[in-house]
Each structure stands twice: as C-alpha cells, then as structure tokens.
Design a protein around this ligand. Sequence first.
Ligand SMILES: [Zn+2]
Length: 382
Amino acid sequence: MKPTNKPIQICSNCIMDTTDPTIIFDEKGVCDYCHNYYDNILPNWTNSEADEVNILPVLEKIKKEGKNKDYDCIIGISGGLDSSYLVHLAVAKWGMRPLLYHVDAGWNSDVSTSNIMGLVDKLGLDLYTDVINWEEMKDLQRAFIKSQVPDIDTPQDLVFFSSLYNYCAKNGFKYILTGGNYSTECVREPLAWGSYYQTDMKYVNDIHSKFGEKKLVTFPRCDIFKYKIQYRLLNGVRVVKPLDHTRFIKKEAEDTLEELYGWQRYKHKHHESRFTRWYEAFWLREKFGFDKRKNHLSSLVLTGQMSREDALKRVSEPELPVEELKKETEYVAKKLGFTVDELMGYFHGPNKTFQDYKNNHKLIQAGTKVMQILGLEKRAFK
Ligand SMILES: [Zn+2]
C-alpha cells in the first residue's frame, strides 16, 4: 500500500480526503467527519465560558470528596497544549488540587520538559514521573517498526495510557482530568492512519511475540477491556474532560500559557515527543501516504480556528525541512539500535495493516457501538 498516484478527492468543507480509505462523501462532496461534527458534536457543544455551569458542579464534587486527601484528582501531563492548558484552568481558575502525572518514555523534547516544569514551579504542584524501562520500551518500538504496520507510535500511546491508569487504580485515585477535547480533536484520526487502538493487547502481544527480542517485565500495560470493565466499572475511576465545557481556542490558550508560564508553543500537535514528531512528519507520511495534519487541521477548520485555504497550504508542504528529517532519522535509528540502512530497509519494505495481525477489532467495535447508543461517545470511530 505505497502512496499511489490515484487522484485524491478532498472534502469540500474540511481537508480530509480519500487517503482515509473509509471516508464517505455526500452529493455536495462533504465528508462524513463534517456531518458527524454538525450532527452529533456541535448541537451539544458551545465552546464558551458560559458552558462552565455544566462542569462546575462536577468539579465541586471532586474537590469536596478530596478535601482531606493530598490531591483531589490526577492530571496526565505531556507538556503539550491540551494537558498544559487544562492544568492552568484546573488550578488557577477552578481551584483544584491535582497531582500531575508524567510518563517519560525516553523521547521527551527539551521543550516539553521545560513546559511541564514551568507549570509545576509557578503553580506549586507535585509532579510524579514514571520513567519507563528503556530496554523494554526500545524492544517494543523496534518490534512495531519491523512489523511494517503504520501504528508504530502504539508503544508510546500504550505506555502513556497504561502507566497513568494503573497508577490510579493502585493508589485509589477516582478522578482523572484529561485534556481530550472537541476544539482541536473533533475530527478523529482514522484507524487506518496508524491510530488503531493502542490498548488492544491481543494486537500488541502478537506483534511483540513475532518481532520482539526481550521479555516485557516492568512495561506498564492496560488492556482496553481491563480499563473499561475493571477500572471504570469496578474501581469507579472517572474521566472528566473539562475543556469541552469552557472556551478553548488554540491560539488564545497558547498565548495565555506563554504569558503566564513561559510555555513554548509547538509547530504541530503531538510534537512534544521527538519520536512522534519524526514518525508523523516522515515515516507515516512518506511510507504510507497518511498525513495526520489533515485531521488535526480539519478540526481547526470545522471549529473556525483556521481557514480551509491555510490548512490546504500547510499540508501541501512537508512539516520539516529535508535536512532536519535526515538528522532526525539518524537520531531515531541510533537510539533504537538500528543502523540507518537497517531502518530504511524497513521503510522500503511492504506495508501492512493491523488486520495482518491478531486483534480484537470486532469486539472493540461492538463495545464502541454500545457506548454510542448509550450516548457516551460522540466522535465517529471507523
Ligand atoms: Zn469534511
């Protein structure tokens, strides 16, 4: 599945296109992501401070329950925009007392570390950092690269998620505040674009058993079913997304963080990890023809934060200059114990998908359908 020369159809309203094999257009050329936004998200979402009346009672309850504890909630922080802005609002505006939780998987950019420390110092917060065993992390990342699937960021996504949720369950944290939001993420990453469920352990284990060389001993893992059933239903861990109940505009949030905490902005979403930056700008785009800027920027187009023309112009150009990509490829190869030739050998190898390995896709899809029927999930999962 190398990028082909087949003509690409682009949505007439956002910039999603037929590089997502599951996209559907109506007779006006408007895609199903747009329809999902207008039909399912927008009617329930105002992106205004006035909507805080709907989240404040929840936050008050969390504060009350946590009154005699060291912290009333936990917030996973990457140093990226969404989680950083959430920390700012939660503490400075709403008076919460969170423990900040960070997972160091070995790929932090200098900017992300300094962004986290800016918030910690200025707001006087406690930060817990889980440093992942590098040899195990490396082994799983190498296995995913060798497997030829586009999902090579799964090891990082899995570890960020699992470390936090396992910690909460173990230490009795009931409330997790997350920076998940419609404002910058209302167009979900298509599964085919390397965004298959990171917590499908059947899939992860199959790839690791075929291509891994070391045992994963301390590597945090949390299967999607363990999370949904044990943690959420039995342990009562609750996830709260306050950013969907206030005004959250990317540019305004960046300005606020910069002014108050010396926070530095990233050129693009998810670039707080050096691996993710390289993977999205190079591996995924050049090897598979998938460009995650399309769904990220489409979210900004739909929510009125960027013009469609500017978004199209942005994705017509590579995110990083060729020289920098070359340097980053050398860095990634060396860190993962490949020679550049070995890594590029995988780059030129035959592309595969999650369907080429054992997985729980059908079971997860059925579960998601139930969530949608119950009104707990509004984004389109395909
Ligand atoms: Zn669209």
